[in-house]
Design a protein around this ligand. Sequence first.
Ligand code: MN
Ligand code: MN
Length: 454
Amino acid sequence: MEKNAWISASENERHEMNALGREYIRFLNRAKTERETVSFLKEQAREKDFADLKELGELKPGQRVFIEHKGKTAIAAIIGQRPFAEGFNIVASHADTPRLDLKPVPLYEAAGMALFKTHYYGGIKKYQWTSLPLSMHGIVVKKSGQKIEVAIGEDDNDPVFTITDLLIHLAKDQMEKKMSEGIGGEDLNILVGSLPLEPGPDKDKIKEAVKKILKEKYDIEDEDFASAEIQMVPAMKAREIGFDRSLIGAYGQDDRVCVFTSFRALLDVTIPSRTAVCVFADKEEIGSVGNTGLRSYLLENAIADLMNKNGRSDYYEVMQALRNSYALSADVNGAYDPNYESAFEKLNSSYVGRGVSLTKYTGSRGKSESNDAHPEYLARIRKLFDDHGVTWQVGELGKVDQGGGGTVAMYLANRNIDTVDAGVPVLSMHAPFELIAKLDLYMAYKGFGAFYKD
Ligand code: MN
Ligand code: MN
């Protein structure tokens, strides 16, 4: 504890950390939204002998199961030797990330340009989203039910999009505003074109031209945006950071770093003692709401579905299984940042390069909205990590009165499941380019693996 874990890492471990880092970078570049993440996981799961639960009969120990929910949430599980009623070992992360969503009527024209209106999703510092290359991801559902998938701006030959910022020369008034007000929500309008339609109507010539491209190239009509889910995200690629390449920088590492490590660790499991369950939730960034968020019954539903395959899914049995389950709420923590020392409390913060962070409680203003793990359970996890050579650290999120945040932990705990937060410390969390240390990535992977096998 409280030491830079690179020092104690063996040559072989360093090699493994770099290999895992490279795999992680490939994943980050492939999956920038929850839908893309779920489809990536599904594809990987299929390659690694996971079967769709719907296609299976009675479940036997070692059976690999994949459950997809609305294309945005997924659960992967490996059936254990012990009966379901004795409980599951659950690792739950989230695949949604802060971003800019298009409004239902996004397109308009102003000053010789076509623009898209957005409504941001999750907690962002709005000023960070201007002057960046943005890519467009998501789906548009036509009235016929036909789904059009969109991914523009990731290929080097694709165009990208951007939000303009005010030139410094004319920013006197803007620079005097509070940072939270320098760029407003309605200022996050995305530049998508400037070429007028010729010949065409005088008014809205540029907007009409963009509409024409959308129709001809993607079969998307203006009204179709009313039933769409289009997300604008940074078009930057994931990169190694530093002369020593010890860190990874990328968009959306909260919480894709835990999605990746928890899934990757599950793939190494053969026949666990208790059934190992890996949950990839949606909507965490806006409060775990909706029927793809963990406040919903989706976990109970999935557990009942699993148990039903073996004819044991009455209410009492499902409740018994939940009550006997253990969970890690796998989410990132804000790493101590020497540039912003005053926001952190040195003794209880997590640091990059010191391993997976165990967070007893999150929340804010007196632990409000947090799970606050039991010491008995924390002691078990401490021992488990120590016994398996998992370097870990404690991690409280910043100073007591400085703010705070929540995770899915409390919603797992609501199901009477013993839960603690465990995850990777992140610098610049929720910024368009977040950073983590490869060592912490590796220790999270190792920690989740030990937990499944316990
Ligand atoms: Mn998170
Ligand atoms: Mn977050």
